[in-house]
Design a protein around this ligand. Structure first.
Ligand code: HEC
Length: 101
């Protein structure tokens, strides 16, 4: 009985913790097209980070992910990712994590 209470509170504590950028991207479906270090449908996140190294592009990239677009890495478009997929706050977290070297 004591043990299951402890377990329940542990689970609660973990549940309350903020999701990591990886978890957010998995949840939002980004990982269907992207991986950290290999090109899939979309560019590898490490290639995105390398491309914009030292540039202040977080807001621009967040908007691109939100609206979708093509032409930067090739003809394949990224579809729009609306708010019901990923919130503004989560999108900001995720883009910051992608750009972090
Ligand atoms: C259906 C596939 C698909 C999904 C889902 C997807 N992407 Fe993309 N993404 C792409 C493609 C293709 C490109 C390259 C677009 C281009 O060449 O301009 C891209 C480009 C990007 C870029 C670089 C944009 C630039 O202009 O440099 C970022 C950052 C990115 N995606 C993040 C995300 C995030 C975060 C999510 C989830 C919310 C996501 N993507 C979901 C296919 C996808």
């Amino acid at each position: 009985m004591k043990f299951s209470l402890l377990l329940a509170s542990l689970l609660l504590a973990f549940g309350a913790q903020a999701a990591t950028p990886d978890e957010l991207m998995t949840k939002a479906g980004c990982m269907a097209c992207h991986a950290k270090d290999k090109k899939m449908v979309g560019p590898a996140y490490k290639d995105v980070a390398a491309k914009y190294k030292g540039q202040d592009v977080a807001a621009k990239l967040a908007e691109k992910v939100r609206k979708g677009g093509s032409g930067v890495y090739g003809p394949v478009p990224m579809p729009p990712n609306p708010v019901d997929k990923i919130s503004d706050a989560d999108l900001k977290t995720v883009v910051a994590a992608i750009l972090k070297p």
